[in-house]
Design a binder for this molecule. Structure first.
Ligand code: TGC
Ligand code: FAD
Length: 404
């Protein structure tokens, strides 16, 4: 991908896609630590992600080498304690880091979401001290890659229906079943896997690469999140030592609590993708001349741009307030659902409007728009679909449960 854009007017414009676009001066609400974290990640994305991401996405290849860099900038478990491989920062710093990563690409943010919120967090929250000491430093440093297996081929939105089993067999459990759509599974060293024990209770285990009967084939043919690797997890009589059971996790609440952590990060992350699309559209609208004027001078283009920054600003305020509640330990799962749903949908709408502003150029890889748009189709679906989050809000406000 070139670092310059060339609108059909023929003029070359130096592209710097890393503006704040901070319309309501949110920066004033941040601490020095927040700003430092945000800038460090923004610089890293600019140097390490943006120059290569279009190529990787085009080839549908995961830039696995970025794991080490992500670890160095503190993207894995930013709000987990330092002694357990985390960043020791607060929830707003975590959110800002996800926002800057997703400004680069949703797939890169996914790498961090899964590693930090879906692998390190369950081990931190539900694991034994031995498990924490064994796995967390390696995950935090990027030496180990992890994945999270909840979704099954026949149970996506309804994980309570899962059929994977853990049969008690002396000093081990025998794991059988299959998981589907698992981010990073083909490259993972460990998988946090959810399955039913002999009493039918949902439990979590840490499965290690190389265990007999365990395989993780890649899923090909994705038109979305192409720079992220996705696969299955297949368990055929896998003998998992009992010491790999997460002792404190019992029931569906355990994996759902991990989802809350990741969904929170996505609520912030989606703003980054929206900002990148908006920034590109704003620049293009000033450079692209039609009918003798920049297209940004037409009222219809201004309407699109003005609505974009309005929606981004609303999403930033929602994320910031959610972050302050999360810092106080008061963010509810339903509040997190509302922010995930709203902000991801907002980002997808902005990608679609930005694509229109770029005209034909908007469908090319000279601009990040189509890549973000395609990525956001996944983000709208994973970690709970757009409609599932709506029903979670519906349940919360009415007290009536659509799922039962
Ligand atoms: P339900 O009866 O509502 O809940 C069971 C228990 O869990 C509690 N709970 C939560 N706790 C923490 N955080 C949450 N988000 C929680 N949601 C529910 C709940 O209070 C209850 O506790 P208790 O004490 O009463 O036992 O369960 P349900 O079976 O009716 O399901 C509700 C529903 C549909 C909302 C839930 O199943 C759901 O969220 N479905 C969506 C599934 C989903 O999001 N899957 C994501 C898979 S992972 C993924 O996509 C990773 S992509 C990562 C990347 O690449 O970035
Ligand atoms: P389904 O549940 O079959 O839903 C299909 C449609 O039906 C949706 O529109 C849904 O909203 C709707 N629907 C379902 N139930 C209802 C209802 N009660 N009321 C109204 N509408 C309903 N999972 C993991 O465990 N780990 C991962 O790392 C992971 N990574 C992923 C990466 C990618 C690229 C993708 C695409 C998915 C990933 N997932 C992962 C799975 C993801 O969480 C599921 O795809 C998601 O939860 C939806 O499940 P499903 O695809 O089976 O859709």
């Amino acid at each position: 991908m070139s670092n310059t854009t060339q609108p059909q007017s023929g003029r070359k414009v130096k592209q710097d896609r890393y503006q704040y676009h901070d319309y309501y001066l949110m920066n004033e609400l941040l601490s020095d630590e927040h700003r430092m974290a945000q800038e460090a990640v923004r610089d890293w994305v600019k140097q390490e992600v943006s120059p290569i991401i279009e190529d990787y996405a085009e080839r549908a290849e995961c830039p696995v080498h970025l794991f080490k860099g992500l670890a160095e900038i503190g993207a894995f478990g930013p709000s987990l304690p330092v002694e357990y491989g985390g960043g020791g920062m607060d929830e707003i710093a975590y959110g800002l880091i996800m926002q800057e990563l997703e400004r680069g690409d949703s797939g890169i943010r996914s790498m961090a979401s899964v590693q930090g919120s879906l692998v390190m967090y369950p081990i931190f929250r539900y694991g034994s001290e031995e498990q924490k000491r064994k796995y967390l430093p390696k995950l935090g440093s990027g030496e180990f890659i992890g994945c999270f297996g909840l979704t099954e081929p026949d149970h996506g939105s309804n994980p309570a229906g899962m059929t994977s089993t853990l049969r008690d067999d002396g000093d081990a459990y025998i794991l059988n079943g299959a998981k589907m759509w698992i981010t990073n599974s083909p490259i993972a060293d460990i998988a946090v896997v959810w399955a039913r024990d002999d009493e039918g209770k949902i439990r979590g285990v840490i499965v290690e690469k190389g265990m007999k009967g365990f395989s993780a084939p890649e899923i090909h043919g994705k038109w979305s999140l192409r720079a992220s690797i996705t696969g299955e997890l297949v368990f055929e009589d896998v003998r998992v030592p009992k010491k790999n059971l997460l002792p404190e996790a019992s029931g569906l609440k355990a994996p759902l609590s991990c989802l809350s952590k990741a969904r929170y990060g996505i609520a912030w992350g989606a703003i980054g993708a929206a900002l990148d699309c908006y920034d590109s559209a704003l620049r293009y609208s000033k450079e692209r001349i039609q009918f003798g004027k920049p297209i940004g001078q037409f009222q219809l283009t201004q309407k699109k741009l003005a609505e974009m920054i309005t929606e981004i600003t609303k999403a930033q305020l929602l994320a910031w307030r959610l972050g302050t509640l999360a810092n106080e330990g008061r963010a509810t799962p339903a509040q997190i659902s509302m922010a995930k749903r709203n902000n991801v949908f907002m980002a997808l709408q902005i990608a679609r409007e930005a694509r229109q502003i770029h005209g034909g150029m908007g469908i090319t890889n000279e601009y990040p728009i189509m890549r973000h748009m395609m990525n956001l189709e996944t983000v709208l679906t994973y970690e709970g679909t757009h409609d599932i989050h709506l029903l979670i809000t519906g349940h919360d406000i009415t007290g009536l449960n659509a799922f039962k």
